[in-house]
Design a protein around this ligand. Structure first.
Ligand SMILES: [Cu+2]
Length: 150
């Protein structure tokens, strides 16, 4: 009985340790096709990822890596340098423009610029409007309107 529990404790410690150093995470990476997949995964491995698997459909990259050797920032920087936007990094325009025609995905910047309307959101940001109310979304938050707290 005693040896058995010792083994269990050891195994437990071992797993705790290895899972601490070994991380697996999902990050969004913009891209189109199988060719993109190769480049994205290659860039992730180059940055020290042990495993990298990019899903063409969901645009999610699953990476596992040793957190002592690399981190998500490095991995994303490497992917961006290869021409692909990631959730936290944006690829240089030059590199993007050199991608194969079929690989020129709809860029993160474009979509976020279109959906980002800072001027309209300003009134909501400083907390004077109630979020999600229509006047806030349309940027018509004005004093005196019923969604306006101030
Ligand atoms: Cu491609």
């Amino acid at each position: 009985m005693k040896t058995k529990s010792f083994i269990l404790i050891f195994a437990g410690l071992f797993f705790a340790f290895s899972s601490f150093a070994q991380k697996s995470q999902e990050i969004k990476v913009w891209g189109n096709c199988g060719m993109c997949k190769k480049v994205i995964e290659g860039a992730a491995s180059k940055a020290g990822a042990k495993e990298a698997n990019w899903n063409e459909e969901s645009k999610m990259l699953t990476v596992s890596f040793n957190s002592k050797k690399t981190d998500l920032q490095k991995i994303q920087a490497s992917i961006a340098a290869a021409g692909y936007d990631t959730q936290d990094f944006t690829a240089p325009d030059e590199v993007y423009s050199k991608l194969h025609g079929c690989c020129q995905y709809d860029r993160k910047a474009k979509t976020s610029v279109a959906s980002q309307q800072p001027a309209k959101e300003d009134c909501c940001k400083d907390g004077k409007c109630e979020k999600d109310k229509s006047c806030c979304k349309e940027g018509k938050c004005e004093k005196g309107k019923d969604c306006c707290k101030a």
